[in-house]
Design a protein around this ligand. Structure first.
Ligand code: NAD
Length: 248
């Protein structure tokens, strides 16, 4: 159990999957407030109501992280309502897989816009205030695919960019008591994974050293550690959370 009772956390892409599990983890660990952002406005509101039926700890906003103006407006509202953001988890992500020779420019660009620029957009709304308050935790959800993956030139490039951004921002922010880390999940059982063709899913499962995939909760536990006071000295790290799958 961590003590997040004085912390305000924001989790992007929190309507379902890994982001939902992270928001749930914060609530389980008595967070003061967790703000769930997602581009699916109805689902993120329903998720927040399910995780926090009394409406005391969770707030939800529709937000497209790839839209800088939208992100700016939503964070302005968060600061107006809550006064601070202590923890930012950049989790929103998409994949639009295809071999590069068949990939459209739009397929490439949309993935980079959400996965990389979405991370940049949200970080840029909190970084100044985190420096002023001399406390912050930024956790970016990358992927083991950052190191190369067939059919994922767009996704892989977007996540490799997240890794570089993470390391550099950590160097810039360490003096201000702000940590910036990334997590590279291996395969985690969510809709994103289930969108894979069945034969590829089965082949990946067979190839996994543990013969199983991870759960969103298992990934969330690593995020909670990085967000906690106990994780203070882990900074500028790219942490693989994959049950030994595709360790690179
Ligand atoms: N599931 C895996 O195996 C796996 C592996 C490695 C990395 N990841 C990463 O983990 C993160 C979460 O993935 P997941 O498996 O839970 O996926 P998911 O598809 O189940 O959930 C992603 C969430 O992000 C939201 N989203 C998408 N675009 C958005 C946007 N522009 N603005 C705001 N919200 C947006 C979706 O509505 C959805 O609720 C992603 O960054 C993904 O790349 C997942």
């Amino acid at each position: 159990m961590y003590d997040f009772s004085s912390r305000v956390a924001v989790v992007t892409g929190a309507a379902q999957g890994i982001g939902r599990a992270i928001a749930e983890g914060f609530i389980r660990n008595d967070v003061k407030t967790v703000v769930l952002l997602d581009y699916n406005g109805d689902l993120v509101k329903a998720t927040a109501a399910e995780l926090d039926p009394e409406g005391k700890r969770a707030l939800a906003f529709k937000c497209d992280v790839s839209d800088k103006e939208n992100v700016r407006g939503v964070f302005a509202e968060i600061y107006e309502k809550l006064g601070r953001v202590d923890i930012l988890v950049n989790n929103a992500g998409i994949n639009r897989d295809a071999m590069f020779h068949k990939m459209t420019a739009d397929q490439f660009r949309s993935v980079v816009e959400v996965n990389f620029f979405g991370t940049v957009n949200c970080a840029s709304e909190v970084i100044l205030k985190m420096r002023e308050q001399e406390f912050g935790r930024i956790i970016n959800i990358s992927s083991v695919s950052a190191h190369g993956s067939v059919g994922q030139t767009n996704y892989s490039a977007s996540k490799a960019a997240v890794n570089g951004f993470t390391r550099s921002l950590a160097l810039e922010s360490a003096r201000k008591n702000i940590t910036v880390n990334a997590i590279e999940p291996g395969f985690i059982e969510t809709d994103m994974l289930r969108s894979m063709p069945e034969e590829i899913y089965n082949a990946k499962l067979k190839a996994h050293p543990a013969q199983k995939f991870g759960s969103p909760d298992q990934l969330a536990n690593a995020v909670l550690f990085l967000a906690s006071d106990e994780g203070a000295w882990v900074n500028g790290n790219i942490m693989i959370v994959s049950g030994a799958g595709r360790v690179v």
